[in-house]
Design a protein around this ligand. Sequence first.
Ligand code: KG4
Ligand code: ZN
Length: 336
Amino acid sequence: PPGWLTLGIETSCDETAVSVVRDGRQVLSSIVASQIPEHQKFGGVVPEVASRQHVETITQVIDEALREAEVSLEQIHQVAVTYGPGLVGALLVGVAAAKALAYGRRLPLNGVNHIEGHLFANFIQSPSLEPPLLALIVSGGHTHLVHMKQYGVYEILGKTRDDAAGEAFDKVARVLGLGYPGGPLIDAAARQGDPRAIDFPRAVVTDHPWDFSFSGLKSAVLNHVNTVRMKGHDVQVADVAASFQQAVVDVLVNKTLDCAVTNGIKQVVLSGGVAANSLLRQTLADRCREQGIAFCAPDLALCTDNGAMIACVGYYDYSLGIRSRWNLNAVAGLSI
Ligand code: KG4
Ligand code: ZN
């Protein structure tokens, strides 16, 4: 029925996020409590710290999401929550909170796949977008090329063999001494650098054209930095950042375009935290336009983890007749 309100909860990693979404695509509120400062002192996400932060802040974030949406808990129709993939202890906090709310009020509960959530950020961004489409999902934990044929029907056409794209950004940023999280810092540093300064490798996965591999690139950056330092020279951080970023973007864009063209898919969407990368967004948009392929990428706030994308998936799952049971559990290694 119109006016359906979904509460979306996301705690798979280092953001405690809650959102109220009307009719699946209209975001009434989206609150994201980032734990980045808590993890920065360790140079990366510490799972136990993440779980404890979620436990501490979850109810406050739920209250804020309801307040900003100007609705009361009594008006919510459905609760959706990320149940995987992610850090198991972090996921369990969101799952337990969602169950408590839904059980207490006898509301339908929908466990949502986090990767599917990233893809659905595009449906919030573009209210008229409909499958079929090809999604490039690039986050800290995932690099996937997914053919969404219709709601709930997916085929994975490519994925990473080793590191995820975001993981490569984070590791290279650490090697360059830029800090955590690395993606936005490399993105910024690269603006002052020359992307042609160093010719880093563009990995080809011979037996599967749309699979990715970033570990060789990461090692190449590490070797370059070590060699320069051993010779007693200063590392040109901006040039290394720009050349690394160009190598990642070339690979992501070329494989996505080849996959779309080969499979006759006319729409490409981008999503996940790395979709916030300015060069990736621009390059993929340009190349799609050249090929006559429609392109969509969410605004930055919808690219990184948020509750709205989870509510959106929950809404569509519910309309397909899908319901989670009260024994819903976290699944750390859930695949799309
Ligand atoms: O989707 P997300 O918020 O969390 C996961 O589900 O993993 O993605 C986080 C990842 C991190 O690796 C971060 O470095 C990367 O997204 N990221 C970026 C940018 N902003 C965030 N990578 C490249 N360029 C950016 N501007
Ligand atoms: Zn994510």
